[in-house]
Design a protein around this ligand. Structure first.
Ligand code: PFF
Length: 470
């Protein structure tokens, strides 16, 4: 079905758009990065600031992005250009979306590396189930150090990580190549409900382990002294990454939405679902970790080392391990599909290529960059491409791509987006897209014109120059 009768592929209904957008938002960011960042940045301070960022900054930017897309009904840069042209502004405003397309390409390349690790863990738990059977915890009789070594030894095996990265990218490519209504939408409509069932079931099961109240204290006790500049930048970067903002993802998905959809209400549903999943992911993972007597601040290792170790002391550990990593894989897939769609739709429009060759071309580029990311944890461990920039000193390709996008490109694209929507674009066009009126419209305009750009600028500065504040 087409969104506009314009011959352009699009969502078949409002709920299809909502599910696909939630699928884009809910991903490794919620299940892997959010608990890891919260754990590494002091728990409650990070979580409370994160929620503030979602409501006051994330939501207005989300609405801004979807409205640019829906108005333009094109790829992200063309949608921004169209709105600029109709507002009598410079067409160069499309840079806000071009920057996003570039970021999405970089993110999909390393995102699929992590997706590949997830595939590996599904396999590890399946083979453990065959070896140790249904009863008891996972990895029975094995030394905890051996379990924690699964991740470093995977990352140290260049051929395997690259192979798994390509496998995950190939699955992503399959859905993108099938198109919006017959690929991306069908995937989201089937996989997102399955994801929610798994998440709730595992959380309820894990809560019986007994460390639930410890988790609630950990995640929701606000200690203001822990709210430093880098923690604030980490929280806003995480909010953006999690809501798929600043990379033109929501502009692109908004470009397939019909005129009859209420964008403000839909944005609230998407942001609420994404935040709900991030918080529930914390409530799912930390009780399992605490019940096993392990620490919460392992950072990225939380999911790939601490948690598998924790499954050792959990009844039905290998089954829960399989279900958990299948759930993570599903969430990652619906996000990587969105990430690949952003540059694909741009390339199709730019060159007139059909969908399949365009998606394959982008995927080929992501394969090369992804292989560099995959190898940067071992073979290329001493290759620091941006060592001359203090913020990236000593970081390999994977961390550089992650830091460059989440700490710089995404906030910059978001600042440009809010200035464009708040100050530059024709106000009547914007108001007719948001459908807001009265008090809500006043609040939205205040957030998008003032609070978002100023707060983002301040956070960007503090994050890049952490020594600039006391
Ligand atoms: N929001 C996704 C996550 O939390 O994992 C990541 C992402 C997907 C970012 C799609 C951007 C995007 F366009």
């Amino acid at each position: 079905m087409e969104s506009q009768g314009s011959g352009r592929d699009g969502w078949s209904s409002r709920s299809a758009f909502i599910l696909a957008a939630i699928g884009s938002a809910v991903g490794l960011g919620n299940l892997w990065r959010f608990p890891a960042e919260a754990g590494a940045n002091g728990g409650g301070a990070f979580v409370v600031f994160y929620i503030l960022c979602v409501v006051l900054i994330g939501l207005p930017v989300l609405l801004s992005e979807t409205l640019i897309g829906r108005h333009g009904q094109s790829s992200a840069p063309e949608s921004a250009r169209r709105l600029a042209r109709e507002s009598g502004a410079s067409r160069h405003w499309s840079i806000l979306a071009s920057l996003g397309v570039f970021s999405a390409f970089m993110i999909v390349s390393f995102y699929c590396v992590v997706g590949g690790w997830v595939l590996h863990y599904i396999w590890v738990f399946i083979s453990d189930l065959f070896q140790t059977g249904l009863t008891g915890g996972a990895f029975q009789g094995r030394d905890p150090a051996e379990i924690e070594a699964i991740w470093p030894s995977l990352a140290g095996n260049g051929a395997l990580t690259v192979g798994l990265d390509f496998a995950f990218l190939a699955i992503t490519l399959f859905f993108v190549a099938r198109g919006v209504s017959s690929g991306i939408e069908i995937m989201a409509v089937w996989l997102m409900p399955a994801f929610f069932i798994l998440l709730i079931a595992i959380t309820i099961y894990g809560s019986f382990g007994g460390a639930f109240s410890e988790t609630v204290d950990y995640l929701f006790t606000f200690e203001p002294e822990k709210l430093t500049g880098p923690v604030m930048l980490a929280a806003v970067g995480q909010a953006f990454f999690s809501l798929s903002l600043g990379v033109s993802g929501m502009i692109t998905y908004g470009g397939y939405v019909g005129r009859n959809v209420n964008l403000a209400g839909t944005s609230v549903i998407i942001a609420s679902a994404d935040t709900f999943v991030a918080l529930v992911a914390g409530l799912c993972i930390f009780p399992i970790v605490f019940a096993a007597g392990l620490g919460a601040n392992a950072g990225p290792a939380l999911m790939f080392q601490t948690l598998p170790h924790a499954f050792q002391s959990m009844p039905l550990g290998s089954v829960i391990g399989i279900l958990f990593f299948v759930m993570v894989g599903v969430a990652a897939l619906t996000s990587s599909v969105a990430l690949l769609e952003v540059p694909t739709s741009w390339l199709m429009e730019k060159t007139g290529l059909r969908r399949v060759p365009a998606a394959c071309t982008i995927a080929f580029g992501a394969m090369i960059l992804g292989a560099l990311s995959a190898l940067s944890t071992n073979q290329l461990a001493d290759f620091y491409p941006l060592n001359f920039i203090p913020l990236f000193e000593g970081q390999g390709v994977f961390d550089v791509l992650d830091g460059l996008t989440s700490k710089i490109f995404m906030p910059v694209a978001a600042i440009l987006t809010t200035i464009f929507v708040g100050w530059v674009a024709d106000r009547r066009l914007i108001d007719s897209e948001t459908g807001l009126s009265g008090g809500l419209q006043v609040i939205w305009r205040f957030l998008v014109c003032w609070l978002c750009p100023l707060a983002l600028l301040a956070i960007l500065a503090v994050g890049i120059f952490p020594d600039s504040i006391g």
